[in-house]
Design a protein around this ligand. Structure first.
Ligand code: AMP
Length: 215
């Protein structure tokens, strides 16, 4: 199992790009944010512990995150890990757990976009309450306002996509990036990828880094 890390600010389009990339490259998209939201929805002990912290846009504890991820390492196939690690402590512990190279951490992809683009993407994002599908009121509107195209569920704004939490999440990300980018650069594992333009173009740039060109 090789693990590629997908990094970038909230709203840069990690989830959208990861879905496209994994459909082409046959990897598994593991988003720690999605895992946590699923745990919250299912009211598991882990989810209940995470809920308050997430609502404030703060980071959930490392022990909780590693417990959540342990299940993922037991499954087969390459992983595109989205939203993890976010601290040096997580990066070090992940490296201890998985190692680097073909059967461990293969590389870190840092998606980059101007802050104005990111804010516009976050403000308009709407997520299906039922199946988790993502839409955007301007860039990817559902065919019927407020209703999911995939399952007919109700679309809503994530609590942490509200302006106050967004501001906090962007600050938190800037701190993370200052730590993680040099961490992976020093190991020769960091690849910056421009995340502006159409989702297909962004996915194609990521696939090129993975050595699996768009066909
Ligand atoms: P995301 O959907 O990736 O923006 O994640 C949503 C929220 O889940 C974050 O604001 C954090 O509260 C929590 N979260 C996701 N990934 C991590 C992580 N690696 N470490 C700690 N908290 C996380």
């Amino acid at each position: 199992m090789a693990v590629w890390l997908l990094m970038g600010p909230p709203g840069v389009g990690k989830g959208t790009a990861a879905a496209l990339v994994c459909a082409r490259a046959g990897c598994r998209h593991v988003s720690t944010g999605d895992l946590l939201r699923a745990a919250v929805k299912a009211r598991t002990p882990l989810g209940l512990e995470a809920e308050q912290v997430m609502g404030r846009g703060e980071l959930v504890s490392d022990d909780l995150m590693f417990a959540l991820l342990e299940d993922e390492w037991r499954q087969r196939g390459d992983v595109l890990l989205d939203g993890f690690p976010r601290t040096r402590g997580q990066a070090e512990r992940l490296e201890t757990r998985l190692g680097t190279g073909d059967s461990g951490i293969r590389g870190a992809i840092g998606l980059e976009a101007p802050e104005a683009v990111i804010r516009a993407r976050l403000e308009g994002r709407r997520v299906c309450r039922n199946c988790g599908a993502t839409f955007h009121i301007r860039f990817r509107p559902p065919s019927r306002g407020g209703v999911c195209d995939r399952c007919g569920g109700v679309l809503e704004q994530r609590p942490d996509d509200r302006p106050e939490a967004v501001r906090r999440r962007l600050e938190v990300f800037a701190e993370q990036r200052a730590v993680l980018e040099p961490y992976y650069r020093q190991r020769g594992l960091y690849h910056a990828v421009e995340a502006t333009g159409e989702p297909d173009s962004i996915a194609a740039r990521i696939l090129a880094v993975l050595g699996k060109p768009w066909e």
